[in-house]
Design a protein. Structure first.
Length: 184
């Protein structure tokens, strides 16, 4: 039931992943779910770059190196976490947005459409029992040094995925929907 999947969706972090790989078939299902997100004027701005195996090591090395080069407050712990978290994932999908070069839509609509694609991915992961986490570190500003982007394309974050053993904690909201709704 959709309501159950929505309410069960959780961030499952790389430290929680086990060594069981996410299959190529599952990744394709997850990406197909993304492709059905709503999009104004059918621009379909979402773009994805799938990283596995050695590419995960390369991404971790890149992020750690870039952190060391750019931070004013270096932490060995953070450096190692950036380097190692990528290898704890079975797969990472770089979440990218291809800006409409004619700028026929406001940029926020393209970002919103891409975020809806990611929500579809996350819900599909939940249905498949795959843990997922959307990370958007400031280091994504340097993603063009790691990935080849088309003109107008840029990275909005990394979608970490992995299988896990321990069920995530039950969800809750700090306030009810009634507290956030005005009926006119």
């Amino acid at each position: 039931m959709l309501s159950h999947i929505i309410k069960s969706r959780r961030a499952v972090f790389p430290a929680q992943y086990n060594k069981t790989p996410v299959t190529t078939e599952q990744i394709c299902q997850i990406l197909e779910a993304a492709n059905w997100a709503p999009t104004h004027k059918r621009t379909e701005p979402w773009r994805f770059k799938v990283l596995q195996k050695k590419a995960l090591v390369d991404l971790g090395d890149f992020l750690a190196k870039k952190f060391k080069e750019t931070t004013t407050n270096f932490s060995e712990f953070q450096y190692n976490k950036l380097k190692e978290n990528t290898t704890k994932a079975s797969c990472i999908i770089a979440i990218c947005m291809q800006r409409d070069l004619k700028e026929s839509l406001p940029q926020w609509e393209e970002i919103a459409a891409t975020a809806m694609a990611v929500q579809n991915m996350w819900l599909q992961c939940t249905e498949l029992g795959i843990g997922a986490y959307w990370s958007s570190p400031g280091l994504i500003n340097f993603a063009d040094e790691f990935f080849k982007f088309e003109p107008g394309e840029h990275c909005l974050g990394f979608f970490y995925m992995g299988n896990y053993d321990e069920l995530p904690a039950e969800g809750f909201r700090k306030s009810s929907i009634e507290d956030k709704t005005v009926w006119l």
